[in-house]
Design a protein around this ligand. Sequence first.
Ligand code: ARG
Ligand code: ZN
Length: 861
Amino acid sequence: GSIHLSDYRPPAWRIPRVEIEFDLDADATEVTTRLRLEPDPAQPPAPLELDGEDLELLAIRVDGVELPPESYVLGERGLRIPDLDGACTLETRVRIRPSANTRLEGLYASRGALFTQCEAEGFRRIAFMLDRPDVMPVWDIVLRADRARYPVLLANGNPVGGGELPDGRHLARWHNPHATPPYLFAVVAGDFGCVQSEIVAADGRNVRLAVWAAHADVPRCRYALGAVERALRWDERRFGRVYDLDVFNVVAAQDFTMGAMENKGLNIFNARYVLADEETATDADYLGIESVIGHEYFHNWSGNRVTLRDWFQLSLKEGLTVFRDQEFTADLHSRAVKRIEDVRLLRARQFAEDAGSLAHPVRPPSYREINNFYTLTIYEKGAEIVRMLYTLLGEATFRAGMDLYFARNDGRAATVEDFLAAHAEASGRDLSQFARWYAQAGTPEIRIRDDYDAATGTYTLEIAQRTPPTPGQPDKHPLHMPLRFALYDEAGRRLRTAPRGAGGADQVELVATRHRLRFHGLSARPLPAFNQGFAAPVKLDFPYSPAQLGRLARCERDPFNRWDALQRLATGVLLERFEAHVEAQDGLSAALGALLDDPAQDPAFVAECLVLPDFDTLAESVQAIDVDSLLAARETLLDQLAFEHAERLRARYHALADAAAGGLDGAAMGARRLRNLCLALLTRLDREAALAQAQFEGARSMTDRLGALRCLVEADAQGRHAAMEAFAARHAGDDLVTDKWIALVAMRPDAGAQAEVRALLGSSHWTPTNPNRVRAVLGSFARANPTAFHAADGSGYALLAEQLPGLDAINPQVAARLLGAFESWRRLAGPRRERVRETLDGLQGRFASSDCRDLLARLLG
Ligand code: ARG
Ligand code: ZN
């Protein structure tokens, strides 16, 4: 059944304290839990209903007295005790089976160690509990385990002692003094090593930071530890948030369903977001690690200290924390490049979600399976909403609103309303219309038309907003958003139109369906630029000519918009939207050529401009998705650009060699990025595969080795098999690097990739219990290889679909993610839409999990 936001009731029972003890063992762990239960006098009395799944109940006592079987009801989903009168301590003892837990929710075994994952509803697979985020006990945790197998025993909070036990066992005690809901509970046991450091927090507290991994991986934890230090300092400086425990532990797990988890004081990470060294990590890996370390660390305030009332509020912590991690990266590296990358992801993936069968508001009104709402909409669009607030209120007022939010809601389970109320109060502004962003799905379209009256020197902008219908929401209301803009004259000078806003642009607030802006005293028609920094997450429709876009790419002050002008030009060329098609293409080519020649441009920025809109982004720009023509247009344009600029690409490639040989500083990373893009274009010209071959053989970083290998694979170059074998052999036994070459194989833009994916599925590399490997093989294929996935005969769809029921039986969340690859199927043109429909129909009745059942129903709904 569905759960509705409007049905929220506070729990009738409160649980101020929990004592939980584990006798840890991979095959059979016993968990003894003592819940201090108190009826909430403010709520109508109700029987106690505890959540619990796959738990073998061994004992149950109330205030130390065994409870007779007739006094409780044990069901599939939990335990009901009808006649508890008043406050008491309920003790349950259960047995669970970590080594049989392939869902990786609750307590599970991975490579000889034990880990937990409790968000969203995993705690109920560890113990009977009111497993909801508005239940926030203080915790005492005791871990007992075999010392040889599990020398390291970690849990939430602070370590408060331990000792030896008979039979080679030992024990560790942890105390988490902060009110913490069960989804943030964590335990880790295993044979780990760590790197650690001491840091003095802004309030004088000594904090021991440690990053743990299997002993062989410890040398690869240094960078992550540094990232923790940077995150801690940044949150003190930028948001005034101070760390609140004596230890902060991060542990790397090779088997992990998501990216990472912000458990109080004990963050558990997918190893791919922890482990890095020169031999194995690309620049993108390093940046990804820093960003995810930051994200989980920042949750300590936005998520943990201030937690969620219910799961409908998920974006309250996720959108806010993504905004915070985006700002962290922007402050530490290039703000412009970070914004470009974030908008790329938003357009390619969140816009697709918002326009597809799975569209939902940032705060959905109901759900059947909460795991299906860890989406780009909740995370990325949620972050965009916070960013709009930041833009509307300005740095200082936004910070005051954040301070008020944290102060007022510390130790509470909060709602989106609490967040908006704090900002409304701090700013004195009415945010009631702004709140619609949380309720209304779909990407708004801003249509702007201009008019210049030479006789009066008046320039007029007519602005209209509209949000298209989405499943369950046929009619939309206008949204409150900032619209930043600037006007430029013929010489590229910015015209003063009003008091200057942030970033040298002026800003108006859109609230109505239509607005008109009028400017007087202009001696010629100006060139307008809109939505600097992509301050509003919308699709902008303005009839720019190719020449205007070329001018904007040169004169606009805002670097994001300079990049966006070229993306817009490229999109128009690829979709043949300009009447003067040849001229437009020449204009694009000339603009990119000029960027390549300009030594004053940041290479990282030039690289961003050379990356044309990808398949997903183009698909988002059209009504019906004609796969073949989108793919063909992209290939043709890339070939053309490579051909026209061969000389300067080669020159730039060689000129960047020294800069690219540097370390992890921004300049060296930018140089490698641009250089590898030059190489990718050059490799399109047959005779140049030698250059990729040479780079592959001489590469001194993973970025350059993998970049070259990718070129060889994509070009189907002669040496690709030998290179692939050399790469695989060099990194044999390293699962994270093996995932990298497997992903390259699965992404090869050729119908033949299907056969190679099938070969992988039949090989020893196929370990369907490891989420990273499943994503490397099938995620890469379904999400990043439109050529092979969208094979016209439907064979790519069938390949994915064949695997899904089996994967669903192993790990429903991983399977459901893959099933989501069909989200845009209704807009597919030609026979493909029918092929997907047949494929989805064929999957009906074949899923055991609520995750895949819910998703399939919504896809077909
Ligand atoms: N809170 C985690 C993060 O964003 C994600 C956990 C997702 N877990 C899940 N079962 N869907 O950092
Ligand atoms: Zn998060």
